[in-house]
Design a protein around this ligand. Structure first.
Ligand SMILES: Nc1nc2c(ncn2[C@@H]2O[C@H](COP(=O)(O)OP(=O)(O)O)[C@@H](O)[C@H]2O)c(=O)[nH]1
Ligand SMILES: [Mg+2]
Length: 297
C-alpha cells in the first residue's frame, strides 16, 4: 500500500476546495465566490487499489486582519510541514500581486517536499496568459511539475492525481477504504449551512458568519438538527433573516436538501440567528467556534 498526505495551498479563492472536491468526487469542502470560505484544514481521502492519498485543503494564505484570519493562515502554513507532496494553486502570473510571491517564499523553505504547481481556472485563461504564468513559475525552479486544470469543469484533475503518485511512498492505510473524509457528520452539516448562508450574503456579512450545531439526533427515518447561525452585528442578523424571514427560509431549505442527501434520511432543520459582537477579533471566541489547533493535523 502506498499512502501519504498532500497539502493544497494558495491564495484565497483560487479554487483549492473546488479542486479537492473534484479529485475526491464528493463534496468534502464547501466553496463559494467569497474569499476565505475555508477556515480549517479539511481532509479529503482519495482511495484507489493500492493507494490512499489524503488531501489536506487549507484556508487561503493571506495577510490576517483578525484572530480568525491568523488561525486560518497558521493552519495553512503548518500544513506545509506535514505534507509529503505540496499542491500550490494559482490562477494568475507570479508578478501580479504580493500574495503568490509570499507563498512561493514559504514553499522554498519546504525544500525537500515535492511541489506541483497547479494553474487553475484554465477555462477562463487565454493561451497566451497561460504561457506567461507557466514561464514565470518555471523560472523559480521550485516546482517538480506544472499542470493546468479547471477544477470547476473537472478538467485535468485526474492528471493531478497521476502526477502525485510517483511521490507517494509505501505506508499504512490511515483510514478505512470507504472514507472520503474524516470530518464528523456534525461538522459537514455545519459547513453546508454556512455555505448556503454565504450564497445568500454579500459584503462584510459572510466573513462574520459561524454555525454551531446545538442539536443533532439521528433517527432511522428522520434526523433532527438545530443550529445557530452567528453573526457579528445586530444589523447583520436582520440581513440574514431577511424580510418576513424569507432569506433564512431559503438558507434552511437549500441546506436541508443537501443534508438529506448526505445523511440519507429526512431532515428536520431548525435555524436560529444570534449575534456575537466582533467574535473574529477574540482569540477565545474564535477558539470556542472550533477554530483551534486541536482540529489540525
Ligand atoms: N471559472 C472557474 N472558476 C473556478 C474554478 N475553480 C474554482 N472556481 C470558482 O472560484 C471560486 C472559489 O473557489 P473555492 O474552491 O472556494 O476557492 P478556495 O478559496 O481556493 O478554496 C468559486 O466561485 C468557484 O466556483 C475553475 O476551474 N474555473
Ligand atoms: Mg477553500
Amino acid at each position: 500500500m502506498k499512502s501519504g498526505f498532500v497539502g493544497i495551498v494558495g491564495r484565497p479563492n483560487v479554487g483549492k476546495s473546488t479542486l479537492l472536491n473534484a479529485i475526491i468526487g464528493e463534496k468534502v469542502a464547501i466553496t463559494s465566490d467569497k474569499a476565505q470560505t475555508t477556515r480549517n484544514a479539511i481532509r479529503g481521502i482519495y482511495n484507489e487499489e493500492g493507494y490512499q492519498i489524503v488531501f489536506i485543503d487549507t484556508p487561503g494564505i493571506h495577510k490576517p486582519a483578525n484572530s480568525l484570519g491568523k488561525y486560518m493562515t497558521d493552519t495553512a502554513v503548518s500544513t506545509l510541514n506535514h505534507s509529503d507532496v505540496i499542491l500550490f494553486l494559482t490562477d494568475e502570473p507570479l508578478s501580479k500581486g504580493p500574495g503568490d510571491k509570499y507563498i512561493t517564499e514559504l514553499l522554498k523553505k519546504a525544500d525537500r517536499t515535492p511541489k506541483l504547481l497547479i494553474i487553475n481556472k484554465i477555462d477562463r485563461i487565454e493561451p497566451d496568459e497561460y504561457r506567461a504564468i507557466y514561464d514565470e513559475y518555471e523560472q523559480t525552479g521550485i516546482f517538480d511539475r506544472i499542470i493546468g486544470t479547471s477544477a470547476l469543469k473537472g478538467k485535468n484533475t485526474e492528471v493531478v492525481v497521476e502526477a502525485i503518485k510517483p511521490y507517494i511512498q509505501e505506508g499504512p492505510q490511515y483510514f478505512p477504504a470507504d472514507f472520503f473524509t474524516d470530518n464528523p457528520m456534525r461538522f459537514l452539516v455545519s459547513e453546508i449551512i454556512r455555505e448556503k448562508a454565504l450564497m445568500y450574503l454579500r459584503d462584510e456579512v459572510p466573513h462574520g458568519v459561524a454555525v454551531e450545531i446545538e442539536q443533532y439526533e439521528e433517527g432511522a427515518r428522520v434526523t433532527d438538527i438545530g443550529a445557530v447561525i452567528y453573526c457579528e452585528k445586530k444589523s447583520h442578523k436582520g440581513i440574514i433573516i431577511g424580510a418576513h424571514g424569507r432569506k433564512l427560509k431559503g438558507i434552511g431549505k437549500a441546506a436541508r436538501q443537501e443534508i438529506e442527501a448526505l445523511v440519507g434520511t429526512k431532515v428536520y432543520l431548525e435555524l436560529w440567528v444570534k449575534v456575537k459582537e466582533n467574535w473574529r477579533e477574540s482569540d477565545i471566541l474564535v477558539s470556542n467556534f472550533g477554530y483551534n489547533r486541536k482540529d489540525d493535523i
